[in-house]
Design a protein around this ligand. Structure first.
Ligand code: ADP
Ligand code: MG
Ligand code: ZN
Length: 606
């Protein structure tokens, strides 16, 4: 940019420079000298324009200031006071006088030259202003909404067919689409359309995808913005952006506004530690008043998404604001198959890949996880130089996604490997033997992510309810690794840290939340809210006595030690099989469920 400034500077001084060069080129002849030369008859002819006298000498004249130089041409300005007789003198001497109008200062060329710098300044200022406007920031642009506008001209590819499962959510959203297309149909039967629809669900379950599908289907302007886009360093900017966004949307109604990650502005007010967050509260207040402020004829629907409905300000959920909530849940087995099918469309899957089997092996995966799984599979296939994704790639990808990367070259010592093999064999055997436990998938002692070895189980179907026998068996499986170490080595390592933590958490919920303890019965001792976030419930209130607290702890310990005992007894009966499986694991590093059952079946049948 700096050369711009040079240019401007140059143009600024151009007139001055020009004057320098068009000035007395003939040399600095003084006025007295001119009079003298006229007196000596040394002047051929003069041209007068204004008070400027220009002409030639008969013979060259030496300059008074510089006696080396001689000049023949001269330019002299007649002094304005008391010297008007020069013309008289010239006439007396019969020197020809030419006259010209005093045009020099007002020549159009000079006028333009003088105005040019100003024009340039204005032009550059205008360019700057434009640039700031385009970026939507800078001095004039901060308060402008940063929402992206999708309308008929911007082709959004996503359609409702690209969203698998989520039937009820899709239904709800389809109604919005219909409303945006035919607002009159609804108005004629007196239906008040919803102002706000809130999509609620765990991350990666397709909330943003659903909104994008609405944009793709509805033939109405669609303003999309993320909650965090409202926030800026300056107080008041967020509120102004909300105002601006709604103004735009109302102008082009019927239209739709989508606010993603609503929780980043919609957080409960007055919940911050050390005073509220002024900027966020102002933004939220503005949003609330905009939601309230629609006139009946302004058909603007607000769609919002969040995965933290628990921290939203209750005012947002009041009727007339986000009065409808649509939940996107983690996909069921059937939905997982459908999601996998959608994302398998654009990937070359080998025929042997059974998506149903993949879906069965991925309980608890969200849509985003499933997409990621297939993507990892593609990467693995590409890395291996294959043109098709095989089942092997998919299950490798699954291990990578669920368990983390394989840790190569960790340098595990032999004794350590033996311990790990024993520990994992314990988990695997108890999981295979106990009737209510999730079936075993495989067991491995390949270190992956944070774990040194893993026993993987697979639920046969998605569970919505957990029965007490299931939970008891699950606890026993969790503690079986530790029990196996105790049985074969007579002591413990720190390898069971995670098992113990998870088991304790589960036992606590059984006792405190699910009434699964005989002594306490259906006594609800669970904390009101599990999500602790800053500023709220830092000190959780306890609604029971010290004595009950002690009893709760006692019950939890009982549940845990019972589970531990069951695991130990199960393994004691199968000590040989435990040793055999450990050895198999040391040799093969990975043992499938069938092999484990073989080991168990062979011995128990004998
Ligand atoms: P979030 O609920 O966190 O907004 P997204 O909508 O961003 O989740 O989902 C991320 C990605 O996961 C989507 O782009 C899509 O590829 C995939 N996905 C999630 N849910 C589904 C679904 N129901 N059907 C198809 N793909 C899905
Ligand atoms: Mg999202
Ligand atoms: Zn373990």
């Amino acid at each position: 940019m700096s050369w711009w400034w040079l240019l401007i500077l140059g143009l600024f001084f151009l007139p001055t420079l020009m004057r320098l060069f068009t000035g007395p080129v003939a040399g600095a002849v003084t006025y007295n000298q001119l009079r003298e030369e006229i007196g000596r008859d040394n002047v051929t002819a003069v041209t007068i324009s204004g008070n400027r006298v220009e002409g030639t000498f008969d013979s060259p004249v030496t300059l008074p200031t510089d006696d080396e130089r001689q000049v023949q041409q001269f330019v002299v300005h007649v002094p304005p006071i008391g010297e008007s007789d020069i013309v008289e003198t010239l006439r007396e001497r019969n020197i020809p006088i030419y006259t010209e109008p005093p045009t020099e200062e007002t020549s159009p060329f000079m006028v333009i030259l003088n105005l040019l710098p100003f024009a340039l300044m204005i032009w550059i200022g205008y360019r700057f202003y434009k640039m700031m406007q385009q970026r939507g920031q800078g001095m004039f642009g901060v308060g402008k909404s940063k929402a992206k506008l999708y309308d008929k001209s911007s082709a959004v590819e996503t359609k409702l067919d690209d969203v698998a499962g989520l039937e009820s959510a899709k239904e709800e959203v389809a109604e919005l689409v219909d409303f945006l297309r035919h607002p009159k149909k609804y108005a004629s039967v007196g239906a008040r359309t919803p102002k706000g629809v809130l999509l609620v669900g765990p991350p990666g379950t397709g909330k943003t995808l659903l909104a994008r599908a609405v944009a793709g289907e509805a033939e109405a302007p669609f303003y999309s913005i993320s909650g965090s886009d409202f926030m800026e360093m300056f107080v008041g900017v967020g509120a102004s952006r909300v105002r601006d966004l709604f103004k735009d949307a109302k102008k082009s109604s019927p239209s739709l506004i989508f606010v993603d990650e609503l929780d980043s502005i919609g957080r409960r007010r007055g919940a911050g530690l050390g005073g509220g967050h002024d900027e966020r509260e102002q933004t939220l207040n503005q949003l609330l008043s905009e939601l309230d402020g629609f006139e009946p004829q302004e058909d603007v629907i607000v769609l919002a998404a969040t995965n933290r409905p628990d921290i939203l300000d209750p005012a947002l959920l009041r009727p007339g604001r986000f009065d409808r909530q649509v939940t996107t849940n983690l996909p069921s087995l059937k939905d997982r198959v459908a999601i996998l099918e959608i994302h398998a469309r654009e990937r070359p899957l080998s025929d042997e890949v059974d998506l149903e089997e993949v879906a069965r092996g991925t309980p608890g995966f969200s849509g985003a996880d499933l997409e990621n799984l297939l993507n990892e599979g593609s990467l693995l296939a590409a890395r291996a130089g294959k043109s098709e994704i095989t089942m092997e790639h998919v299950s490798e990808a699954r291990d990578k996604v669920t368990l983390g990367l394989e840790r190569k070259g960790l340098g595990v010592k032999d004794e350590e490997r033996q311990r790990i093999a024993c520990h994992e064999s314990g988990h695997a055997i108890v999981a295979s033997v106990l009737p209510h436990a999730d079936p075993l998938l495989k067991v491995t002692i390949v270190p992956r992510g944070p774990a040194m070895g893993v026993t993987q189980q697979l639920p046969e179907e998605d569970r919505h309810l957990y029965s007490q026998p299931y939970l008891r068996d699950r606890l026993a499986v969790m503690l079986a690794g530790r029990a196996a170490e105790d049985l074969l080595y007579g002591d413990f390592t720190n390898g069971a840290e995670n098992d113990i933590r998870e088991a304790t958490k589960l036992a606590r919920r059984m006792v405190q939340s699910w009434g699964m303890s005989e002594r306490l019965g259906p006594f609800g001792a669970a904390p009101e809210r599990q999500n602790v976030f800053l500023g709220e419930e830092l000190s959780q209130q306890r609604d029971y006595s010290e004595a009950t607290a002690r009893e709760i702890d006692q019950e939890i310990m009982d549940v845990l030690s019972t589970a531990q005992k069951r695991a130990r007894e199960t393994l004691e009966e199968r000590r040989d099989q435990l040793e055999e499986l450990s050895q198999r694991l040391l040799d093969a590093e990975e043992v499938s469920a069938e092999e484990v059952n073989e080991i168990l079946g062979a011995r128990s049948g004998a």
